[in-house]
Design a protein around this ligand. Structure first.
Ligand code: SF4
Length: 441
């Protein structure tokens, strides 16, 4: 397989095979056999042991969690936050209790400002029911490790998972009563976007639905008194959410349940780097909002900065959106465009972007690049971002400039995670852009 700008057999080549060729088991076997991988062993294991023809949907279960008849288990206990309401109701009934008691439990897990983490916090439930829960149910999926506060009030929460891995969740207070929690869907990420710190980690594993849901629950429980009501959820933390499709969809269903956390579906946004088949499924199966990280106006640039584009190019990505959104009423996709100086921020880029999104109901967020250790890109100057924005706006696009939030605590977009000894490689810079990158330094 030949890839432009990448030597066959090089480390970069192997990383692309892993990130782009995840649906090709033969390629995976070759790479696992060679063992010179820039990803963790757990990632290799999760790929190599999977015999499904569609490994993008294979989820490595968190340590100690097994799936039995669709009900998430930890040892002999069910994981309460891994169940949609009908599943919880069935499980409660299977233990001889009434549906009304299931609803009371659900409301104490997710509503009424209780956010229970222990059977003792279930005020008003009968003693037998509480005893049964303490014997057969697990309330917790995460434990708090640390909270950092950036100078602009953004909070980065570090959570420890059962298996010792750490994820990051960010709470971003905004004006006008809107506060957003940015949740992670994986530990690390397989997509290797070149501007993203998380991408350098490689993929360690995907999160369970309970681990995703509990980030939002604990953000409310820990921080509501300080930041006010958390109104919005964005799946823009660590990981590619649609690479963990089933658990992300399940978590989104739990987040929007009207008797529980009750986030509005339009205020729960799932972001993707552009996994085309999963986008189609998402638009058909979920009412939640979709964001697509675009970041380039040509395949040449996108192949480099977002290697997933070598599998699903701009035409395929924008084609599926154009086709699917025709069937959805009153729905706009959000395009995110991280502005990289000298790479994707020219006037020609602005004009191409207008052409690319024509016919797609959308909003566009222009995002300031957040530098991190080892990053080769520089942020576009503010005046240039404004000029770029104005060109789009004059052509009739709905476009916003998004300032960086929380960057002094590495809590900003693309800055989450911690690099281990083994890192995903930086891809070779296409010759055409080497000068531009040097000039922007
Ligand atoms: S930008 Fe998103 S999809 Fe790309 S590497 Fe980072 S976390 Fe993964």
């Amino acid at each position: 397989m030949r890839l432009p700008g990448v030597e066959p057999g090089s480390i970069a080549w192997k990383a692309i095979i892993l990130t782009v060729g995840l649906q090709t088991p033969v390629m995976l076997e070759i790479e696992v056999h060679h063992h010179s991988l820039s990803f963790s062993n757990s990632h290799v294991r999760s790929l190599s042991t999977n015999s499904s023809p569609s490994p993008l949907f294979s989820i490595t279960n968190p340590s100690g969690v097994e799936e039995k008849t669709g009900i998430p288990m930890k040892g002999s206990k069910v994981v309460l936050k891994g169940m949609r309401y009908p599943e919880l109701e069935n499980w409660v009934q299977s233990h001889g209790y009434r549906p009304g008691q299931a609803l009371m439990l659900w409301k104490r897990l997710y509503g009424n400002n209780i956010w229970a983490r222990h059977s003792e916090e279930l005020e008003g439930l009968n003693k037998d029911f509480k005893r049964m829960l303490s014997e057969h149910a697990e309330f917790k999926a995460l434990s708090l490790k640390d909270i950092y506060t950036a100078s602009d009030g953004t909070k980065k929460i570090l959570f420890k998972l059962e298996d010792g891995l750490v994820i990051e969740t960010v709470v971003i207070p905004c004006r006008r009563g809107r506060t957003t929690v940015c949740v992670s869907s994986q530990v690390g990420c397989a997509m290797n976007c070149q501007f993203c710190y998380t991408g350098r980690m490689g993929l360690k594993r995907s999160l369970s639905a309970a681990e995703i849901v509990e980030q939002a629950v604990l953000a409310r429980r820990l921080l509501s008194h300080e930041v006010g009501t958390i109104t919005n959820v964005v799946f823009m933390g660590m990981g590619e959410p649609l690479h963990n499709f089933e658990n992300v969809i399940k978590a989104a269903d739990i987040l929007v349940d009207e008797q529980g956390l009750h986030f509005s579906p339009r205020k729960v946004t799932v972001s993707t780097s552009g996994l085309v088949p999963q986008i189609k499924r998402f638009l058909n199966e979920s009412n939640c909002a979709l964001a697509v990280s675009l970041n380039a106006t040509t395949d040449e640039v996108r192949n480099w900065v977002m290697p997933i584009n070598r599998k699903y190019n701009l035409e395929m990505l924008l084609g599926i959106l154009r086709e699917e959104l025709r069937l959805k009423h009153n729905y706009k996709v959000l395009f995110e465009y991280v502005m990289l100086a000298g790479v994707n921020d020219s006037i020609e880029d602005a004009k191409r972007l207008i052409d690319l999104v024509r016919g797609i109901p959308c909003k566009i967020n222009l995002i300031s690049f957040n530098p991190h250790q080892g990053s080769q890109f520089k942020p576009t100057r503010e005046e240039k971002m404004i000029e770029f924005r104005n060109i789009l706006a004059e052509a009739g696009c709905i476009v916003f400039l998004r300032p960086s939030r929380g960057d002094d605590q590495m809590a900003a977009c693309g800055q989450l995670g911690k690099l281990g000894e083994i890192q995903a490689p930086l891809l070779r810079v296409p010759a055409k852009f080497q000068g531009a990158l040097e000039a922007s330094l």
